[in-house]
Design a protein around this ligand. Sequence first.
Ligand code: ADP
Length: 497
Amino acid sequence: MTVTLEKSVEDFIATPRRLFIDGQWVEAASGKVFATPNPATGETLAQVAEADAEDVDRAVRAARRAFEGPWSRMTASQRGRIIWRIGDLIEEHAEELAQLESLDNGKPLSVARVADIPLAAELFRYMAGWATKIEGNTITLSPPFAPDAAFHAYTLREPVGVVGQIIPWNFPLLMAAWKLGPALATGNTIVLKPAEQTPLSALRLAELMAEAGLPDGVVNVLPGYGETAGAALAAHDGVNKIAFTGSTEVGKLIVHAAAGNLKKVTLELGGKSPNIVFDDADPELAIPGAANAIFFNHGQCCVAGSRLFVHESRFEQVVAGVADIARGITLGPGLHPDTQMGPLVSDEQLRRVTGYLDSGREEGARTVAGGSRYGERGYFVEPTVLVDTRPDMAVVREEIFGPVVVASPFADLDEIAAQANDTAYGLGAGIWTRDISKAHALARKIRAGTVWINCYNVFDAALPFGGYKQSGWGREMGHEVLEAYTEVKAVCAQLHT
Ligand code: ADP
């Protein structure tokens, strides 16, 4: 028994989807299409046109025309109203979008309903408000070479121009929102490449954005593969900025590709986030909190709390509690009402995650819960807890991007700060304690872009998000993101009287 699909969803997936360029639905120049599979079954869900370099070029030129034309002629208030309306339309179509997301990504419908879709709507609303609040400063000058001169100097904050955005498959619509919202609020135009595993919700969003009144060419959506369409977008000379979310490995390729015209780059990359439970933590909060930190969205979160550190006096209790929760999680297709965890997104991810489970075992880690693929069909993996790990093991050092947590004990605050920071990444961290001084003191020591205290996975459009170290460059959301989508121009006039 699965949820009955909305008619609009059935129609959407039954029709081959095309590229969205300059406000039109078009075939790929090559005529190629690719299949997006249903991760619960491995069967084809929908056929989608496959963009490549020629389509990227066409979309970039359309985005340039829109940037210089209708979009730049709109007032900030008009832009803000369109962005707000996109949020409203997402909310009006929430169930449809949640079903599409669940089908394409595999996540439980309940998760898409409470997290992906409402957060995407809120992001657009939050960013809509910023459209009218992009401001410069007036600046007092005192040049030593002209002490008697008078100047009027100020800064303008202007859009960067045509922005390429490449997003991953773990929160397809939400990642599109994180990228599009601030780029639109600051007056840029966009070529968006969704992940090849999950192109559907971004294509539906393109329709809703047109309905909201976005002029043609302001947002172009090009489904396609990373090595072809993504690489062409990152390298394109007509693109002024590239914003990427994905693996650290591909992030480095983006940086190289962007070097040709030195386009601006922001990156939101991988993580291996520490989640730290002190002896004075409330176990009723910390145990489910630690489980949620890793198992939410099947661990397919760049910020997943994948390294669990527990004070040695509570280690057995917390690990046993997290393992109990892991064993109790119901796996199944995303659209089944009882499902708490769906399949991983793809066969490739299934192989990657089970490969880590094998390597952990081979290197001597002990499995306390899970540890294997689940079932024969679809890409399911059991929620897994590993102990007896060493800091040099691949399962401890590398991002697994699946429902796999490694747990280890610690003794004191200084030791735990060093252990938490013993990673190439720096995206997130969690701290569980009743002692607020200890919590805030440790928050300062951790080299990560987000630190959650007595909570985890709390996202808000107003809260900046991004990484230290190899977790990325720049921040998304909050007012910080506006800097990533604007250039600052200093204007200096001498007042001759
Ligand atoms: P994952 O390994 O989780 O699939 P990736 O970093 O490979 O994450 O993918 C994230 C996004 O980056 C996807 O949209 C993908 O198509 C794109 N991508 C992958 N390789 C490249 C590349 N060489 N250049 C540009 N984009 C890429």
